[in-house]
Design a binder for this molecule. Sequence first.
Ligand code: 5BU
Length: 271
Amino acid sequence: MVGSPWVMEAAAIWGERWSSATNSMAKEYMEVACRKQSLVCLAADKPTMSELEELIDAVGPYIAALKTHVDLVEDWTAERWGAFCKRASAHNLLIFEDRKFADIGKISRHQMGGVYAIGSWSNLVTAHLISGPDIVDGLQAGWGDYGTEGGVLLLAQMSSRGNLLNPNYTDEVVRLGIQHTGVFGFIGNGSRPEELKLLRDKVGTEKMIWTPGVNLQTGDGAMGQRYGDPTEAVLAGSDCVIVGSGIHGADDPASSAKAYADASWAGLLNR
Ligand code: 5BU
């Protein structure tokens, strides 16, 4: 990858995020984003394997990462999931299991195993820091148990209304998270650009901020979800917009994914 035209383009387009990134997976993501001209992570919230397979085949060219909720799939089997992950890799997608781990380090480590063996196929996972910073070491050990490597996205903010992640809590998550090499970045609230700007100021340039709560139709979503505009989220400091129903709920997921890709890419070019 070193010296390839895409790497040079990524360095120019991402600027300080590229030059100060310490994490190789972050660079992998930034390069794929440039190749596809998309800062979109698909939230593949579909309940059956065939729907997931169909979705990834349709939108793969327009997205830069894949987010899963493995425990909401009704007909999950290890074999079919393995094949699905291979499909994602064929599209050069990092696989991000949004498990929101929150237990003590030792248990989080074991939860990377179990039936779903999340540590064996995920590149990224989400975690709350409510139990303290040892959760990051636990999750890192969880990948280590499979001889794999991964990065943690810590929830610094959430997109849902009334959430309890207040600014003091956010500050502590950022303060502890930026020091840890096992932390890939932070989850920020994509629905509120002004909150995101504050988060970016605190995080600095080194770590990623990925943001759910993004939709081209801004406003309130189902059950307390809130939506902001993808271009505005990127302009405010988001490095990746996480989009679920805006893509998988559309009549034509592929053209919708392309619209989100264009909106997010425009944000990066103007940032
Ligand atoms: P939506 O359909 O675009 O609303 O899906 C959003 C996805 O992002 C869904 O998978 C949530 O679990 C996920 N999410 C979120 O919406 N808000 C948050 O603060 C976090 C994750 Br963390």
